[in-house]
Design a protein around this ligand. Structure first.
Ligand SMILES: C[S@@+](CC[C@H](N)C(=O)[O-])C[C@H]1O[C@@H](n2cnc3c(N)ncnc32)[C@H](O)[C@@H]1O
Length: 294
């Protein structure tokens, strides 16, 4: 099965090398989805500022920047290497371009495709910023942390800091001290997280974010609904949850489906993670309640 998906990824990469990717995917994203995401963010995510932590985010700076109007610092974590360029002005090779087209076309990067030939995420992040019209862009490695990068820019009139760290968040590799150093976690953001926060093998990570984050904004690949206990969190669902998109590790969340059916929300008008066109997509906002004091 994995061989077949590799075969398609290789074909896609080769096609992209022959000029398949161009501006059209970005142009379409820019003229349709971007505005919808901005409207959604202005209406529903306006109160969240400060630090947005995006585990399993890979190189995706586009969605958090467009969706959180008051984002000050964005921290991304993924398995992809960084490769800090000498300047903020970059040319993408064919592999990077075909990966970027996936974000604009499907709303997410594909892990297997990135593993095939992507040389580093830094250039991909810089190109997205350029496409979004960000200015005053600077880039540098983060001292004392291998495979990391810090990028500063002005986006929509505000200065933003973006940090990316290559780090494995599975139980056997997780570095809790590193995660502690990222606090405060005003918002934890999940999109197309390969359902990893559902897995036993990521229980330490899940416990850490449940304990330390103030808010979650996520698709159904993030922390499972059953952990976002209604005594501890105020929940708002946008769109509908029906079932996981066919993906290894994604399991049915029956209580989430029941909750969604009772709400009977309208469908979202944009893709947000897996399942676009096949299963309804959703954005769940979970705000941690302050502890009860006597
Ligand atoms: C499907 S991609 C989605 C990226 C991004 N969330 C998006 O929507 O475009 C999943 C990301 O999870 C990262 N990932 C997979 N396994 C991981 C692990 N054990 N620890 C940390 N990140 C991991 C991959 O490197 C990749 O960046």
């Amino acid at each position: 099965m994995k061989c077949i998906s590799y075969f398609f990824v290789v074909c896609f990469t080769l096609l992209a090398g022959n000029g398949l990717y161009g501006g059209p995917f970005f142009d379409k994203f820019n003229s349709t989805t971007r505005q919808k995401l901005e409207e959604f963010g202005n209406k529903n995510l306006n109160e969240f500022g400060g630090h947005v932590f995006y585990p399993f985010g890979g190189p995706d700076v586009t969605y958090p920047l467009v969706m959180f109007p008051n984002l000050v610092t964005l921290t991304l974590v993924g398995l992809e290497p960084v490769m800090v360029p000498e300047s903020a002005v970059v040319e993408l090779d064919n592999s990077a371009l075909s990966n970027l087209s996936s974000l604009y076309k499907r709303s997410f990067f594909i892990t297997d495709q990135m593993a095939l030939g992507l040389r580093g995420v830094a250039a991909l992040i810089l190109k997205q910023l350029e496409n979004l019209g960000a200015t005053d862009i600077t880039v540098k490695a983060i001292e004392g942390k291998e495979n990391s990068v810090q990028i500063k820019c002005t986006y929509n009139g505000k200065e933003r800091t973006i940090r990316y760290y290559k780090a494995d968040l599975s139980n056997s590799q997780i570095d809790i001290e590193f995660l502690q150093s990222l606090k405060p976690l005003d918002v934890v953001f999940f999109k197309a997280a390969s359902y990893l926060p559902h897995q036993k093998n990521f229980s330490k990570f899940r416990e850490f974010v449940l304990e330390n984050a103030s808010n979650f904004v996520q698709d159904s690949t993030g922390v499972p609904y059953e952990y976002l206990n209604k005594d501890k969190f105020d929940l708002t669902l946008h769109g509908q949850y029906l079932k996981p998109y066919k993906f290894p590790g994604g399991f049915e969340q029956n209580s989430f489906r029941k909750y969604s059916e009772e709400l009977s929300n309208a469908l979202l008008s944009f893709s947000f993670g897996y399942g676009g066109g096949y299963v309804p997509t959703n954005v769940l906002v979970a705000k941690k309640r302050p502890p009860v004091t006597l």
